[in-house]
Ligand binder design. Structure first.
Ligand SMILES: Nc1ncnc2c1ncn2[C@@H]1O[C@H](COP(=O)(O)OP(=O)(O)OP(=O)(O)O)[C@@H](O)[C@H]1O
Length: 265
């Protein structure tokens, strides 16, 4: 079943003196319960695409629909999580989580119990009354994850949620996200710069070209990786051979990006 459909989506940012073409003619569909990663060189429009799907900005051309209905603004059906947690420092963990529900008028018993269970799943029940300043970066991201999940959105948009934390915590969080997404049958679109992370977590990987971002290539992740938890998938030989394939494709388009400069230096 198709959950998300993008038809010829383009986005330009206009200023009085210039126009930045961020995305051009993006056409793609994402099926319910699919996990898709979005990769591509810096500035190719990955975050812009997520904010369009989240209904935070409007496309310049084309259409985006969720369950066949056009996206016209933010919706309860779509959860959005960024690199930084944006927890309110003057609220406790539990108050931060409840705020999300209150703002969406969803503070009923069913959702409160759901939030309590999720908090338990990520081993943070004992941190309910703690303020964010007393949490590690990984804990803050887990709270932000639960805050997003409590309203039970169908589609999760994750914009580099693991990039601001240390490597060990990132690997643990990948495991947590993968298991929650599977257990709760979510559809997920993840923006990442980490090709191995994309291979370890996804069913498909969409590679965007450099700006204006167009779909350069879509990779199907083989069952040998999809059947494994991310930590094991990262270590599988297929992940390493596919890494090379994806990397080469990325470099074909992008001889001027910071990544290729780094690789050549
Ligand atoms: N609000 C805005 N106003 C003007 N230009 C913008 C705006 N948001 C993004 N852009 C531009 O659009 C292009 C795409 O930006 P975007 O942040 O989507 O890229 P990205 O692929 O997510 O980059 P990165 O991987 O570095 O996070 C960039 O050139 C950026 O400067």
């Amino acid at each position: 079943m198709t959950l998300l459909e993008l038809q010829q989506v383009s986005k330009s940012f206009l200023s009085p003196t210039s126009e930045t073409k961020a995305l051009a003619n993006i056409t793609a569909t994402i099926q319910a319960e699919e996990f898709v990663s979005l990769i591509g060189p810096s500035g190719c429009g990955k975050s812009t695409l997520l904010s369009l799907i989240a209904g935070m900005t409007q496309a310049t051309a084309g259409s985006i629909s969720l369950y066949g209905k056009p996206i016209t603004g933010p919706s309860k059906e779509v959860g959005y999580m960024l690199q930084q947690d944006y927890l309110f420092p003057w609220l406790t963990v539990w108050e931060n989580i409840m705020l999300g529900l209150t703002l969406q008028h969803m503070q009923d018993e069913k959702h409160v119990v759901f939030a309590e269970n999720l908090l338990q799943d990520v081993y943070l029940s004992d941190k309910k009354d703690v303020y964010p300043d007393n949490l590690s970066g990984g804990m803050k991201q887990r709270v932000a994850l639960i805050r997003m999940l409590t309203s039970n959105p169908s589609l999760l948009l994750l914009d580099e949620p693991f990039s601001a934390i240390d490597h060990q915590t990132k690997l643990q969080l990948e495991q947590t996200v993968a298991s929650i997404v599977k257990q709760h049958k979510k559809t997920t679109l993840l923006v990442t710069h980490d090709i191995l992370e994309a291979l370890a977590m996804s069913d498909r990987i969409i590679l965007l070209s450099r700006r204006p971002g167009t779909i350069q290539k879509i990779f199907d992740v083989p069952e040998s990786l999809r059947s494994l938890p991310p930590l094991e998938a990262r270590l599988h030989p297929d992940a390493h051979s596919l890494f090379t394939v994806v990397w080469k494709e990325m470099m074909q388009d992008d001889n001027t990006s910071s990544i290729s400069k780094e690789a050549r230096s």
